[in-house]
Write a protein that binds this ligand. Structure first.
Ligand SMILES: NC(=O)C1=CN([C@@H]2O[C@H](COP(=O)(O)OP(=O)(O)OC[C@H]3O[C@@H](n4cnc5c(N)ncnc54)[C@H](O)[C@@H]3O)[C@@H](O)[C@H]2O)C=CC1
Ligand SMILES: O=C(O)C(=O)Cc1ccc(O)cc1
Length: 312
């Protein structure tokens, strides 16, 4: 289904390269232009034939495109917006895939011309890997893509973008950026923070060596190490740009952790048992909804190709 004539992707890492593959596999646009700050990345994109054209210059890259997709860490948006603003085609749609949404309008609405349609987006799908070789076309299949259009957004432009994500196999939900950032703070950002923290704590322990941590890693810690291997630049930008929601949720989390600490100290087995029973039920509901990648009985929303899976 051809929805766009020419799509420019800025940032051809895990997500940008997956978008390039999905655009081509689903015939969503006629021409794909790839732009990245890293020459090595653009060489790899050319070698893998992920785009029809690679272009290092941001202004040249967006020239003639009716769709521009930012797939770089969210902290780069202001500079990229400044650079491309005057070069954008009349009526082009500018979107992104960033994990935070409130910051997008703040960074871009002042620097993009009035005539473009700015419709932020976020595919809630990914892995801990980075770079153009890590991407795959089916990454978004069966996953949610969230759009956070401004109130005065052109409904036709929103609909076209929705159709693009649906062509990739995603389910689309529309919400405000504020709501997105609150929900994603607890479901994605804080889990990553906890993973970074626990792996960091284990590394810093006195009297327990790194090799013992590696040797005796049981399932739980091992899972945390996968998440804590996620891209440092991307996640630094997530926390710097979703500060309020993350701090708000972290406050709640800390209170609940203190309650657990108290239950352990005072031997309150009922409190522990009740919480653990409730959380087991949450897990059951996630599996029942077909949202779990590791639940073969319930079918996986998307298959991560074996060569793209974490090696452990
Ligand atoms: N990794 C994940 O699982 C997910 C990431 N996201 C979002 O997608 C975006 C990209 O993340 P990944 O693909 O994982 O990162 P990545 O690290 O794999 O790729 C980012 C690419 O952007 C390029 N880049 C960085 N600064 C640039 C600039 N100023 N101009 C041009 N290119 C630049 C880098 O050279 C790199 O090729 C981030 O905003 C992230 O929040 C969204 C969903 C999932
Ligand atoms: O690898 C994982 O477990 C992830 O959670 C991937 C991910 C990272 C960031 C997002 O905004 C969405 C998905």
């Amino acid at each position: 289904m051809t929805l766009f004539k020419q799509a420019t992707i800025i940032g051809l890492g895990l997500i940008g390269s997956s978008v390039a593959r999905a655009l081509r596999e689903n015939g969503v646009c006629e021409i794909i232009v790839a732009c990245d700050a890293s020459p090595e990345c653009l060489d790899k994109v050319a070698e893998l034939k992920l785009a029809d054209k690679t272009e290092a210059d941001l202004q040249k890259a967006v020239d003639g495109s009716d769709l521009v997709i930012l797939a770089t860490p969210v902290g780069t948006y202001g500079d990229i917006g400044q650079a491309i603003g005057q070069a954008l085609d009349f009526g082009a749609t500018v979107t992104d895939v960033g994990s935070v949404k409130g910051c997008v309008l703040k960074a871009l609405s002042g620097v993009l011309p009035e005539h473009v349609h700015l419709i932020p987006g976020h595919p809630v799908a990914g892995t801990e890997q980075s770079g153009p070789e890590a991407g795959f076309a089916s990454l978004f299949a069966g996953r949610w893509a969230i759009l956070t259009p401004p109130q005065d957004a052109d409904p036709e432009a929103v609909e076209k973008l929705k159709k693009m994500w649906e062509a990739f196999g995603s389910k689309v939900e529309i919400m405000t950026p504020e709501h997105h950032d609150l929900v994603l703070a607890i479901t994605s950002h804080i889990p990553h923070l906890i993973a970074y923290n626990i792996v960091g704590t284990a590394h810093d322990l006195e009297g327990v060596t790194d090799s013992e941590v590696i040797k005796f890693s049981a399932g739980g810690f091992r899972d945390f190490t996968r998440i804590a291997a996620s891209d440092p630049t991307m996640w630094r930008d997530v926390f710097l740009n979703n500060k309020e929601a993350v701090l708000e949720m972290l406050g709640r989390f800390t209170e609940d952790l203190t309650a657990l600490q108290r239950a352990i100290r005072w031997g309150d087995g009922d409190a522990l048992f009740n919480l653990f029973s409730h959380t087991r039920e949450v897990r059951r509901q996630i599996i029942e909804a077909g949202q779990d990648e590791e639940a073969p009985d319930f079918g996986r929303p998307h298959e991560i190709p074996p060569e793209k899976q974490a090696k452990d």
